[in-house]
Design a protein. Structure first.
Length: 126
């Protein structure tokens, strides 16, 4: 059985902290934000525009069979990229809504990113 849950502040962590603690309007999911770096030297007038990268998937670093996202955050102001992970209860090997999670993936659909949970076939105790 496979279920998908849209990535959101209520089912995700950001840099290890609850997703609710962050302003989700500051995430750049479409690569549209631009950061302007100006030369540090006072006599220099050069500036460099850097477009935010699109979010990308990483896997295996928090748990086997568990992917997470790197997402630009506050790109125009600080150029940061934060790790967005599913809540610990949604990770491979955990029980979620009565089923053991076999694999967790981050997938991109036309309307945004989702946590895709693949469950073991039999419910726990069944």
């Amino acid at each position: 059985m496979v279920k998908e849950y849209k990535v959101a502040k209520h089912n995700s962590t950001v840099c290890g902290y609850p997703g609710r603690d962050f302003d989700w309007d500051k995430f750049c999911w479409d690569g549209s934000e631009v950061r302007i770096d100006r030369c540090w030297h006072p006599n220099c007038r050069h500036q460099h525009e850097e477009k935010a990268p699109l979010p990308w998937v990483d896997d295996g670093l928090i748990d086997p069979n568990c992917e997470y996202l790197h997402v630009p955050y506050g790109w125009a102001e600080q150029g940061a990229i934060y790790r967005v992970r599913p809540n610990p209860s949604m990770r491979a090997g955990k029980m979620y809504r009565g089923h053991r999670i076999k694999r967790m993936k981050a997938i991109l659909k036309p309307d945004g990113w989702y946590w895709q949970l693949e469950f073991s076939e039999m419910p726990e105790g069944g």
